[in-house]
Design a protein around this ligand. Structure first.
Ligand code: ADQ
Length: 464
C-alpha cells in the first residue's frame, strides 16, 4: 500500500465565505486531489481561524490540521522574515532584504509549532506517511522532524528560485536554513540553475559535505537528493475552460468593447518581482515613440491584491497606480477609451480565460520568478482555441527554461529593449505565431501538474 501523504504548507487550502468553508482553488490543491483520494492524506497549515477550521471539508479528500499563530508571531514570521527577508533575497535582491533577529526568532518558533502539529499527525497515522513540505516558509522543518523521526520520508519543494551562493551567504542564519533543508530526503526545484545554485551553496557553507552529481552526502551518512521538477498546471481543465460557452460570451463582451484594437495583457499578483512598473514604462515609451500606434492597441493589466500588510507592497501599489494615471493622462484622446486598463482585483476563472483568449501579446515580464504559471495558462488557452497570440517572456523566470525561443524573450530591466520587443511581438507574422503557441502548449501538456506531483513523490520515496 502507498504511504499516506502529509502535506505541510504555510496556509491551509481553504477559503471561508458566507456559505462556510470550502477548498481554495489553485494548482496545488487540484494536483493533489487525485493523489490524496487514492492514498489518503493530511494537510497541515496555518489559518487565522485555526480553532474554527473543520477536520474535513467537502471536495477535499484529506484531513485538515490547523496551526494557530498569535498576531505577534505572524508579524515576525510572515510579514517579516518570509516576506521581507527570504522573498527578496531569493529573488536576487529586486528590493533589499531586511535582516532582523527578532523576525528570525519568530521563524524558529513558528517552525516548532509546525513540527508539533506534524509530529501529532505522524503519530496518529497507522502507516508512516510521506511528508511533503512546501516552500520557503518551512525550510527549518525537515531538521526538526528528522530529530524526532529518523526514518520518516521527507521532501521539500521550493516554489521560488534558489539564489546564487554569494547572495545566500548574506543570511546570518544560512547554516541553519541549509542544514534544515538537508535533513530532507529530497529537495525539489523548478529548474537546473536553481538546483545548481543550491548545490554550490552547500559546497560553500558545508565544506565537510560531499556533493556527488545531484546528491549531497552529509558527514553523518544522511543523503539528500536535489531534483528538478518544474511545476505546471492542470492543462486539460484549462483547455476545457477555454471553450466553455461562458468563456465565449465573456470574450465577445470584451471584444465588443475593445473593437479592432490589439490587446497587450499582463496578469500578475501585485508583487515587485513581477516587473509591472518596467512593463508600464515600456508601454509609455511605445506610445511616445510610435504615434501611429496610439488608439490601435490597449494594454490591460490584471493585478491580484497581494501582501498589503507589507510596506514594499503598499508602496508598489501607489507607484503602479500613479504610472497608470500618468499614461492615461498623457495619451487618452478626448471622448475616447483609455490606453491602459488596470484591474486591481481577483478575477474569476472565466474572466481570466477570456482575457487569455483575447490577448494578442501576453506580457509575462518578471524581474525574477520561480516558474510563472500565467505563461503556461495563456499558451494552453490560446492553443485550445487555435489562437495565435504571442508570449512575451522574461528570460529571468523558470518558464523561459522550458519554452526556449518559441516565446519572444525579453530582458525586463531594459525598458527601451522591452518596448522594442513589444513592437516586434505586435508585428510577428501570423503563420509563425500559431506554430509557436502549438509547440509551447505541447510542452505544457506533456508536463502537466499531475506529472509534477508524481515525479516529486517518486523522488521523496526514493523511487526515481
Ligand atoms: P505566484 O508568484 O503567485 O506563485 P504564478 O506562478 O504566476 O505566480 O501563479 C499565479 C496564479 O494566480 C496563476 O494561476 C494565475 O492564474 C492566478 N492569478 C493571477 N492573477 C489573477 C487574478 N487577477 N485573478 C485571479 N487569478 C489570478 C509562486 C511563484 C511562481 C511559481 C508558483 C508555483 O512565485 O514562480 O510559478 O508559485 O510554484
Amino acid at each position: 500500500m502507498d504511504a499516506p501523504l502529509l502535506i505541510v504548507a504555510n496556509r491551509l487550502p481553504l477559503v471561508r465565505d458566507a456559505a462556510g468553508w470550502r477548498p481554495a482553488s489553485g494548482g496545488l490543491v487540484t494536483a493533489l486531489t487525485p493523489v490524496v483520494a487514492r492514498v489518503g492524506g493530511t494537510w497541515v497549515g496555518w489559518d487565522e481561524d485555526a480553532a474554527g477550521v473543520p477536520d474535513r471539508v467537502e471536495g477535499l479528500d484529506c484531513d485538515l490540521r490547523a496551526v494557530a499563530l498569535e498576531p505577534g508571531l505572524v508579524d515576525g514570521f510572515y510579514h517579516g522574515f518570509t516576506n521581507r527577508t527570504l522573498w527578496p533575497l531569493f529573488h536576487d535582491l529586486v528590493v533589499q532584504p531586511v535582516i532582523d533577529r527578532a523576525w528570525w526568532r519568530s521563524y524558529e518558533t513558528v517552525t516548532r509549532r509546525f513540527a508539533d502539529a506534524v509530529a501529532a499527525a505522524v503519530e496518529a497515522s497507522p502507516v508512516p506517511p510521506t511528508v511533503w513540505i512546501q516552500d520557503y516558509h518551512l525550510l527549518l522543518l525537515p531538521r526538526l522532524l528528522r530529530e524526532r523521526f529518523p526514518n520518516l520520508r521527507i521532501g521539500v519543494f521550493l516554489h521560488t528560485p534558489f539564489p546564487a551562493p554569494e547572495l545566500f551567504a548574506r543570511l546570518p542564519w544560512r547554516d541553519a536554513l541549509l542544514g534544515g533543508m538537508l535533513a530532507a530526503d529530497a529537495v525539489g526545484f523548478h529548474t537546473a540553475p536553481y538546483r545548481d545554485n543550491f548545490l554550490r551553496t552547500v559546497n560553500r557553507v558545508f565544506p565537510d559535505a560531499t556533493v556527488m552529481a545531484d546528491e549531497v552526502h552529509a558527514p553523518d551518512g544522511h543523503r539528500t537528493r536535489a531534483t528538478v521538477h518544474p511545476i505546471s498546471i492542470d492543462t486539460a481543465a484549462f483547455a476545457a475552460l477555454a471553450t466553455e460557452p461562458a468563456t465565449d460570451a465573456a470574450v465577445a463582451e470584451l471584444r465588443a468593447h475593445f473593437g479592432d484594437r490589439r490587446v497587450l495583457l499582463g496578469v500578475d499578483r501585485l508583487d515587485y518581482t513581477k516587473g509591472i512598473r518596467h512593463r508600464l514604462q515600456a508601454i509609455e515609451l511605445l506610445l511616445e515613440r510610435r504615434p501611429d500606434l496610439r488608439g490601435r492597441f490597449v494594454f490591460v493589466q490584471v493585478a491580484v491584491p497581494s501582501r498589503d500588510d507589507v510596506e514594499e507592497y503598499r508602496r508598489l501599489r501607489t507607484q503602479v497606480e500613479t504610472e497608470v494615471g500618468r499614461i492615461n493622462g498623457r495619451f487618452t484622446e478626448p471622448g475616447r477609451d483609455v490606453p491602459v486598463h488596470y484591474l486591481h482585483r481577483n478575477v474569476d476563472r472565466t474572466t481570466l480565460a477570456a482575457h487569455y483568449r483575447l490577448a494578442d501579446v501576453m506580457c509575462v515580464t518578471p524581474l525574477k520568478d520561480g516558474m510563472n504559471l500565467v505563461a503556461k495558462e495563456f499558451v494552453t488557452v490560446q492553443d485550445a482555441t487555435d489562437g495565435d497570440g504571442v508570449l512575451l517572456l522574461s528570460e529571468f523566470c523558470g518558464t523561459a527554461q522550458e519554452f526556449g525561443h518559441d516565446a519572444v524573450r525579453c530582458n525586463p530591466f531594459d525598458v527601451e529593449g522591452l518596448a522594442a520587443r513589444m513592437e516586434g511581438a505586435l508585428e510577428l507574422a501570423p503563420e509563425d505565431r500559431r506554430g509557436r503557441i502549438a509547440r509551447m502548449a505541447a510542452t505544457v501538456r506533456d508536463h502537466d501538474v499531475f506529472r509534477w506531483v508524481d515525479e516529486e513523490l517518486a523522488a521523496i520515496g526514493g523511487d526515481a
